[in-house]
Ligand binder design. Structure first.
Ligand SMILES: *Cc1c(COP(=O)(O)O)cnc(C)c1O
Length: 386
């Protein structure tokens, strides 16, 4: 039996007619950039993430970039974030000439640990007037950027509490978490000051190319992001600041509008698959192997199903021999990346992130995965440790 990591063709087969009709409509209109389809998609995502405004953007990376630009993050500034995430989270900070101020993750959830953030702000930083300054570098801390990794939200109440105490805005990297919820129903993206989504094809809501979105509740921030999206000009050819081309295409919006109608069904399938894995792994009793912790009362959308395993690399090779595809998100924590050597970190500075990079393994969890395939994955893992 073959088990791919994701099967986009199986998903497309379910929605081909609807999607092709939507594409044909855009072709007939010859309206390709922004416009009515994008605006409709923005309204739907604002509603879906329970935020007031949504701004369609060219990618998840650009959503992060434009969010930080809208908060005036620039050269010499610092942004608190996690070292255990996709590169773009910290890469966008660096692209603006700012420094990622890494804080370690929670061991169980892989998400930014509020205790580490509190410790960093109280120990490594000081207040100068209303500003928060890193004592070692002299840089001003401008924002906190947690990631809702693998589809489960970070501990937002604790992070918002810390942010409030220091007067810092919070940008949510919700690229992997569309529709994820806290226990009280607040949704990923709509909780902090700015939420950033990616519609990269392998995300739970995936375009046919690159696409992204920012959601916000503040009218002025929404306006600022909308302006930055079109080179910083509100009125055509009049620029009061320098933005970029961060626009979303009508074709992507039209495809995503179709797919959004199926998202909750796909999410339920992912959750069912995770529950099935959980039951089977419990029965198999493999002490060398830890399944994801149960969602803390909220809604986990399982963009990935990530386990921790002893002898992870050997297990991964063994599964590959059984034609089971897995992936390592992420094999090297960001503080250890060559491009961040200038930050001067030692490998052991963030032990939980380092350990996660050594032990984590993503198993197939996509909605179309069959129960026999899940049984085969579990029995193969059990066979490896036996
Ligand atoms: C996918 C992803 C991004 C970047 O999104 P793109 O659309 O690929 O630019 C940023 N952060 C995280 C956590 C992601 O998973």
């Amino acid at each position: 039996m073959r088990v791919p990591l994701i099967d986009l063709k199986a998903q497309y087969a379910q929605i081909r007619d609807e999607v092709e009709k939507a594409i044909r409509e855009v072709c007939s209109s010859q309206y390709f950039v922004l416009g009515p389809r994008v605006e409709e998609f923005e309204r739907r995502i604002a509603e879906y993430s329970r935020a007031d405004y949504a701004i369609g953007l060219s990618s998840g990376t650009d959503a992060l970039l434009v969010a930080l630009m809208a908060l005036d993050v620039g050269p010499g500034d610092e942004v608190v974030t996690t070292p255990y995430t996709f590169f773009a989270t910290a890469g966008t900070i660096a692209r603006l000439g700012a420094r990622p101020l890494f804080c370690d993750i929670d061991e169980a959830t892989f998400n930014l640990a509020p205790s580490a953030v509190a410790c960093c702000l109280s120990g490594q930083c000081e207040r100068v007037g209303a500003d928060v300054i890193n004592k070692r570098t002299g840089g001003q801390v401008k924002a906190i950027l947690p990631v809702h990794l693998f589809g489960q939200m970070a501990d937002m109440d604790a992070l918002l509490d810390i942010a409030g105490r220091y007067g810092l805005p919070v940008v949510e990297d919700a690229a992997q978490a569309i529709g994820a919820e806290l226990g009280d129903g607040r949704r990923a993206g709509g909780v902090g000051d700015i939420g950033c989504f990616s519609f990269f094809p392998t995300k739970n809501l995936g375009a046919f190319g690159d696409a992204g979105m920012c959601v916000v509740n503040d009218t002025e921030l929404a306006e600022r992001i909308r302006k930055l999206r079109v080179h910083g000009g509100h009125t055509k050819y009049l620029h009061d600041e320098v933005g970029g081309n961060f626009r979303l295409d009508a074709l992507q919006a039209a495809i995503l509008l179709v797919k959004l109608n199926h998202l909750d069904r796909w999410t339920r399938s992912r959750q069912d698959n995770a529950a099935r894995y959980g039951r089977l792994f419990d029965d198999a009793q493999i002490p060398e192997f830890v399944t994801p912790p149960p969602a803390h009362g909220g809604r986990h959308i399982f963009n990935q199903y990530v386990i921790r395993a002893e002898r992870r690399d050997e297990l991964r090779s063994y599964l590959a021999e059984q034609e089971i595809r897995t992936e390592i998100y992420y094999p090297l924590a960001l503080h250890e990346q060559a491009c961040f050597a200038n930050l001067g970190h030692a490998a052991g500075d963030f032990p939980n992130a380092r350990r996660a990079a050594a032990e984590s393994l993503a198993l197939p969890i996509y909605p179309e995965l069959g129960s026999e395939q899940i049984e085969y994955v579990v029995s193969s893992v059990a066979a490896f440790y036996r």
